[in-house]
Ligand binder design. Structure first.
Ligand code: SLL
Length: 247
């Protein structure tokens, strides 16, 4: 059987994979500070890259490199296996560079993202959250799109051979077991806020916002027409030519 060519691209096909990246932080409980934390540290935090609903992403992510602030010893941390995360303690917020390396079959360059580590609560009830020493989460939903992936990677991504890249029935022709997809769960759960339901809510919110903007534009246009009318009337009554009129 001929082996799959390593560099042949699956033409006309894009495969996307969703993931979440972000941080969680919590102030130390004064009663139980981590024994090895330096005295100026105030928080424990975690930076992570993970699948939606904790889905395993290691079939397409080979490793993740987190570049912490230079105040940290060995500030470049590479995580070769899931969970792709770094747990640390500290006192300050900073930007973390996240570099996602894809599996070797992908033939793709690593992708770089940035995340602002948040230690302090923000938004409504920030004070309450601080007082109760609740976890501060700052995370984002992201999708990586592989345009025309090379054939071996397409197989890794989808769990099946390309077969002309046509959609196949579940399990049919599958060399590696289950067909893989990037579908979101239908509804969210306390652990996972990213679902079709949240996506639909977001779309509704956006179409509401668009309606509001359209109304605002219409009102603004009406006001402008009204002003132009007043201006024309003034010119008429004052009898001053438009070009020379001064205030
Ligand atoms: C700030 N620009 O001033 C930021 C820097 C640095 C954070 C934050 C401790 C490192 C360590 C730490 O939290 N560094 O002691 O290992 O807010």
């Amino acid at each position: 059987m001929p082996s799959t060519p390593a560099n042949k691209r699956v033409r006309g096909v894009s495969v996307f994979r969703p993931f979440i990246f972000g941080s969680e932080a919590q102030p130390f409980d004064p009663e139980k500070r981590p024994a090895n934390a330096p005295t100026d540290h105030t928080h424990q935090w975690r930076i992570f890259v993970k699948g939606i609903n904790d889905e395993d992403i290691s079939y397409w992510v080979k490793k993740v490199q987190f570049k912490l602030h230079e105040t940290y010893a060995q500030n470049v941390r590479t995580v070769e296996a899931p969970p792709f995360e770094v747990v640390e303690t500290g006192w300050g917020e900073f930007e973390i560079q996240i570099k996602i390396y894809f599996v070797p079959e992908s033939n793709e360059k690593p992708q770089t993202l940035w995340h602002s580590l948040k230690l302090h609560p923000y938004g409504p009830d920030a004070e309450g959250i601080k007082e109760r020493r609740e976890v501060v989460t700052s995370q984002n939903y992201e999708e990586v799109i592989f345009n025309e992936p090379v054939e071996p990677f397409y197989e890794v991504l989808t769990g099946g051979p390309t077969a002309g890249a046509a959609p196949r029935a579940k399990g049919k022709n599958s060399k590696q077991g289950a067909i893989r997809t990037a579908e979101l769960p239908n509804s969210d759960s306390p652990k996972n806020p990213y679902s079709r339901a949240t996506e639909n809510k977001e779309l509704d919110r956006m179409s509401e916002a668009m309606k509001t903007v359209e109304t605002m534009i219409k009102e603004e246009k009406d006001r402008l027409t009204e002003r132009e009318k007043t201006l024309a009337e003034l010119r008429e009554t004052e009898g001053v030519p438009a070009a020379t009129k001064k205030r």
